[in-house]
Design a protein around this ligand. Sequence first.
Ligand SMILES: NC(=O)c1ccc[n+]([C@@H]2O[C@H](COP(=O)([O-])OP(=O)(O)OC[C@H]3O[C@@H](n4cnc5c(N)ncnc54)[C@H](OP(=O)(O)O)[C@@H]3O)[C@@H](O)[C@H]2O)c1
Length: 269
Amino acid sequence: MDLGLKGAAVCVQGGSKGMGRAAAECFAADGARVVILARGRDEMDATVAELQRLGSPDAWCWPTDLLHPTSVEEAFAAIGERWGELNTLVNAAGPGADQKTFDGISDDEWHRAFSLGALSAVRCARAALPWLRKAEWARIVNVSAHSTKRQSRTLAAYTASKAAMTSISKNMSLALGPEEILVNTVSPGSFASDGFKMGMRRLAAGRGLDPDNLYDCMRWIAEDFGHPAHLPRAGDPKEIGAVIAFVGSKRNSYMTGANINVDGGSDFT
Ligand SMILES: NC(=O)c1ccc[n+]([C@@H]2O[C@H](COP(=O)([O-])OP(=O)(O)OC[C@H]3O[C@@H](n4cnc5c(N)ncnc54)[C@H](OP(=O)(O)O)[C@@H]3O)[C@@H](O)[C@H]2O)c1
C-alpha cells in the first residue's frame, strides 16, 4: 500500500531507540525525509545511518532534551530552517518515571513524569505547528500507553502522565480539526524496546528470562504486573512502527482523535 510518504517531512522525537526508532525506520523505508530528536549522540548517529540506508538519504538528527522548552524550540527552528514545512510529528519519547507507588513519589518526580510523559508532546506540537501549517497535509501521532486503562500499583506517575497525554491528544484533534491537521494516539502494550529490555535486565535478573525472547518478555510482565494480553508474547517494536507510520501518513485521511491500542489483545476499548 502506498502511504503517500515519498518526500514527506517527518520528525520523530524519541526516534533513536525502541518504538520511535522503529517508526522512523518505516517512514524512511517509504521514502520520507526524517529527522529524529533525542539526547544520546551515539544512538542517534547509528539510527541516522540506518535511516539513510533504508531510503531516507537526507535523514538527520538534532540533539534535544525534551524536558527543556528552549531545547525543543531550537530543534523546531532548525527543522523550519531546513525544510520550511513538516508533514508528520511523532511524539514517542519516554518513559520519564521510575517504578514507584503514588505515596513514594516526590513532587519533583511527579513534575518530571508529566514533563516528559505529557508536556513534551505539547511542547513539540506547539513548536511544530507553524511548519505543520505550511505543509500540504499534516499529522501528529502521540505514543501513550495501554497502562492508562490497566492500573499497575508501581507505575503511578508514569500512568497518570500518559493518561494526560491521551487526553491532550484528543483536545489537539479537536483544536486542529478545522485546519485538517489529524491528531491520534497510539497506545502500546508490552514492547521489547531498548528501554524495556534494559529495565527487564535490571528487574528480572537471575530469573532465567531472556530479554531478547518475546515470550520471556511477556513472562516477566505477567509475573510482575499480571498478564495483560491475549497473545502470549511481547511485541517487537517493528510491529507498532508500522502502525505509527500509517497513522502518521497521508493515507490516513479521516481518522483523528482516535486512541489505537496495539497491545496484543486486551479488553480495553
Ligand atoms: N516499551 C513498552 O512496553 C511501552 C509500553 C507502553 C508505552 N510505552 C511508551 O512508548 C514510548 C516509546 O517507548 P520505548 O520503550 O520504545 O522507549 P525507549 O526504547 O526507552 O526509547 C526512548 C526514546 O526516548 C528518548 N528520550 C528519553 N528521554 C528523553 C528526553 N528527555 N529528551 C529527548 N529524548 C528522550 C530516548 O533517547 P535518549 O535517552 O538518548 O534521549 C529514546 O530515543 C514511550 O513514550 C513509552 O513510555 C512503552
